[in-house]
Design a binder for this molecule. Structure first.
Ligand SMILES: *Cc1c(COP(=O)(O)O)cnc(C)c1O
Length: 405
């Protein structure tokens, strides 16, 4: 028995399906009870429009600005550098379109990586159609971008670089600081998608050396449909939602006060004692990792053994299909993922895994397990038992498995 089998719960989530085991935190997280309380308060009582001068309007404005201060504080930013959006996707879109447009007189070249989230890749595909030139940097077998490759791909037309802080599939944490130094020297705008890292590891914008940073509420035990974009002072950005001029004209629309207050509350709780949480969650992850490598044959870890998000594991189980594993485990009351939610409905292997040099067949056999603070060792052990049964069953019927050949 594992000696850490205690309930290391830093906080509990109130889950109505209390028997269901949730290991898909990279896709989304449950909303914390304290967060739900704050949101409910805004819906029922503090429902004013933050642009109105009366009592309820002033109250809404106060919640808005306090929330902004919470986010700014965690990022080590100024309050006026934070704008609220409808989530990670909108923050990424605004950063890319907004910078491409604002700096088009300076150049039309953008650099990114092959393993970015679709919220970055798709806007860039669109910009390519509009005449921008995009370089998609390769990654090594662990999923790392090489800062030297990046350095070499810079031209005098380069206006923007967008490299994610950590990857959502394999959890690889990119050398953002090194890249930031290179770009600062060359005076090129640097955006990072930090949706997977904000409140999960340290995200200080000055230490990272980034000019724009995207974050989202629902990956940190907050609500869906709300996020923020950090925009460094002095960075020009062209808005793409026009209207009443909210968020200093950079993102119009009546502010989503319940969502914003919920995001701030989630961030406040999630960022508290962060180092302690990282330690606890890494310990659980390593326990699960070692047990899987011990109990199974023909399995390998995708991504870097250490330089990855604390809660992320991604394995390839040879001769089985990720989708089948997910469904089998679901029948045991366990939620895991076979890649990213967006690509698992298509018949394409994860582009991240393929970019890392993993064969399409092995990429189809990948399983992503992302654990959260509320997961216990009891849950992990139950999962391991179910996984043993799952792999055994699926390999039995697999035409690719050597025993059946
Ligand atoms: C989830 C995610 C997004 C999208 O955020 P939403 O708030 O769901 O729009 C963007 N980038 C990464 C890396 C993500 O994990």
């Amino acid at each position: 028995m594992h000696n850490n089998k205690t309930n290391n719960k830093i906080f509990k989530t109130k889950n109505t399906n209390s028997n269901y085991i949730y290991f898909d935190h990279a896709a989304t997280t449950p909303v914390l009870p304290e967060v739900a309380e704050v949101i409910k308060q805004c819906f029922l009582y503090d429902f004013g429009n933050a642009s109105e001068p009366h009592l309820l309007g002033r109250k809404a404005k106060e919640i808005l600005e306090n929330s902004r201060a919470v986010i700014a504080d965690i990022l080590g930013a100024n309050e006026f550098e934070i704008i609220f959006t409808s989530g990670g996707t909108e923050s990424d879109n605004l950063a890319l379109f907004g910078i491409a447009e604002a700096y088009k007189n300076k150049g039309n070249h953008i650099i990114t990586s092959k393993i970015e989230h679709p919220a970055v890749i798709m806007p860039l595909k669109y910009l390519e159609k509009k005449g921008y030139i995009v370089t998609y940097l390769p990654v090594d077998k662990y999923g790392f971008v090489n800062p030297e490759d990046l350095s070499k791909s810079i031209t005098n037309k380069t206006i923007l670089v967008s490299i994610m802080h950590a990857n959502n599939i394999v959890g690889t944490i990119q050398p953002i600081k090194e890249i930031g130094k290179i770009l600062k020297e060359k005076n090129i705008v640097f955006h990072t998608d930090a949706v997977q890292t904000f409140c999960n590891i340290k995200t200080n914008v000055d230490e990272l050396g980034v000019d724009l940073l995207s974050l989202s509420g629902h990956k940190i035990y907050g609500p869906k449909g709300v996020g923020a974009l950090y925009i460094r002072k002095g960075t020009k950005i062209m808005p793409h939602v026009f209207g009443g001029g909210q968020e200093k004209g950079r993102r119009s629309g009546t502010e989503n006060i319940p969502g914003i207050a919920g995001l701030a509350k989630a961030a406040e709780i999630s960022s508290k004692d962060l180092n302690k949480k990282i330690e606890i969650i890494t310990e659980k992850r390593n326990y699960l990792k070692n047990e899987i490598l011990k109990r199974f044959d023909e399995v390998f870890l995708n991504g870097h053994p250490e330089l990855r998000l604390p809660g992320n594991l991604n394995f390839t189980f040879k001769y089985v299909e990720g989708e089948s594993m997910v469904l089998k485990l679901d029948s045991f009351g366990i939620a895991v993922s076979s890649g990213s939610a967006c690509s698992s409905s298509s018949m394409k292997p994860s582009s991240t895994l393929v970019a890392m040099g993993i064969s399409p067949q092995d990429a189809f056999g990948s399983l992503r397990i992302t654990i959260g603070f509320e997961n216990t060792y009891e849950e992990i052990n139950y999962f391991l038992e179910c996984l043993e049964f799952t792999i055994e069953e699926l390999r039995k019927i697999s035409p690719l498995h050597k025993q059946s050949c």
